[in-house]
Design a protein around this ligand. Structure first.
Ligand code: PMV
Length: 314
C-alpha cells in the first residue's frame, strides 16, 4: 500500500459586529484571524477510518454526536468520489479554541475538505468548499448565515450580507483589537435558537433589536472607512448592550466587557454566537491594548490575542 499524506489548513475568524443580526439579513463585519489555525492531516493507513481530534480519538463511525457535521461531510465526500470509507486516518490539530465564536467548526470543515480532496486527487473549487462547509455548519448550528465559511475560505475582511455576493472590505484602522477567551464554551446553536424563539414569541422586540444591530454595523463600516477608532469603539459597546438584551451574553462576557471599558478600551463586545466564547475590545494604542489585555487576564480571561488593525488586515 502506497504511503500517502495530505494536509489542509484553515484560519479562524472574528466577527467585529453584526452577529445574530446577520442570520436575519442584516450586514455583519468580520475579519480573518490567522493567529489561530486548524490543520487536518490525512494519511494512508490500512483498516477502518480513524479520527483523532480535540473531542475524540477512535473509529470515525463511532464519533460522538457533536462531530456529526464533520463526519457527515467526510462520508458524503468519499461516497461522492465512489471510494470506500477505509484505509486512511484523519488527524486534526488546532490552535483555534473550540466553540469560542472563532469559527472553529467551519475551519475544521474547510481544512478537512481541503485535505480530503487532495488525498483523493480531486480538483476542489471554492463552490465545493462552501457547499460542504455549509452542510456541516447547518448540522452544527441549525441556521448558519454562512459568514464563518465565507471569511475562512476568503481569508479577507468582509462586509457580509446573507445570500448576497461577498464584498471584500480590506481596511486599515489605526487601532488595536484585543481578543479575549472566557475559557467557557460558547453556545452558538442554543443562542441562535433562543433568538429564533424571541422572533416567534415577541417579534416586535426581536425585530427591533435586530434592526438596531444592523444600523450599528452600517455605522461601524463608516467609522472604519474614516479611520475613526473612537466612533467604532462606541458602536461596539452599543452592539454589546443590544446583544445582551437579545439574551446571548452571559456573566463573564459582561464582566470582561466592563473591565475593558473601565480600563480605557474605546469599546468592547462579545463576538460570535455568545453565551461564552470570546469577547473583543478596541484600544487606541498598542500600550493600552497590552494593559487592557493584562486586566482581562486578571479578571478571568483564559487567553488573549492582540491584533494590529493598522497592518494585519492589509
Ligand atoms: O459562534 P460562531 O463563531 O459560530 O459565530 C456565529 C455567528 C452567528 O451570527 C451567531 C450565527 C451565524 O451563522 O451567523
Amino acid at each position: 500500500m502506497e504511503n500517502k499524506i495530505t494536509t489542509g489548513t484553515a484560519i479562524g475568524k472574528i466577527i467585529l459586529i453584526g452577529e445574530h443580526a446577520v442570520v436575519y439579513g442584516q450586514p455583519a463585519l468580520a475579519i480573518p484571524f490567522p493567529e489561530t489555525r486548524i490543520k487536518t492531516i490525512i494519511s494512508r493507513k490500512r483498516g477502518p477510518v480513524m479520527l483523532d481530534c480535540f473531542f475524540y480519538k477512535g473509529l470515525l463511525l463511532n464519533a460522538p454526536e457533536r462531530l456529526l457535521g464533520l463526519t457527515t461531510i467526510i462520508k458524503e465526500i468519499v461516497n461522492g468520489f465512489d471510494k470506500e470509507l477505509k484505509d486512511f486516518s484523519i488527524r486534526i490539530e488546532s490552535s483555534i479554541p473550540p466553540e469560542r465564536g472563532m469559527g472553529s467548526s467551519a475551519a475544521v470543515a474547510v481544512a478537512t475538505v481541503r485535505a480530503l480532496y487532495d488525498f483523493f486527487d480531486q480538483p476542489l473549487t471554492d463552490q465545493d468548499l462552501f457547499k460542504w462547509s455549509n452542510i456541516s455548519e447547518k448540522i452544527v448550528h441549525g441556521n448558519p448565515s454562512g459568514i464563518d465559511t465565507a471569511i475562512i475560505i476568503g481569508e479577507t475582511p468582509l462586509y457580509y450580507i446573507k445570500g448576497k455576493p461577498f464584498v471584500p472590505f480590506p481596511f486599515k484602522l489605526d487601532a488595536f483589537l484585543i481578543v479575549a477567551d472566557t475559557g467557557e464554551l460558547g453556545q452558538t446553536q442554543a443562542a441562535v435558537a433562543s433568538v429564533e424563539k424571541l422572533m416567534d414569541t415577541d417579534p416586535e422586540k426581536g425585530e427591533d433589536i435586530i434592526k438596531q444591530l444592523g444600523f450599528l454595523t452600517k455605522n461601524a463600516k463608516v467609522s472604519i472607512e474614516s479611520n475613526d477608532g473612537e466612533k467604532l469603539g462606541e458602536t461596539m459597546s452599543k452592539a454589546h448592550s443590544l446583544l445582551d438584551k437579545l439574551g446571548v451574553s452571559n456573566e463573564i462576557l459582561n464582566l470582561l466587557v466592563s473591565v475593558a471599558v473601565e480600563n480605557g478600551a474605546l469599546g468592547a463586545k462579545l463576538t460570535g454566537g455568545g453565551r461564552g466564547g470570546c469577547m473583543i475590545a478596541l484600544a487606541a494604542t498598542q500600550q493600552e491594548a497590552i494593559s487592557i489585555s493584562n486586566k482581562l487576564l486578571c479578571n478571568g480571561a483564559k487567553n488573549t490575542w492582540i491584533y494590529n488593525m493598522g497592518v494585519d488586515l492589509l
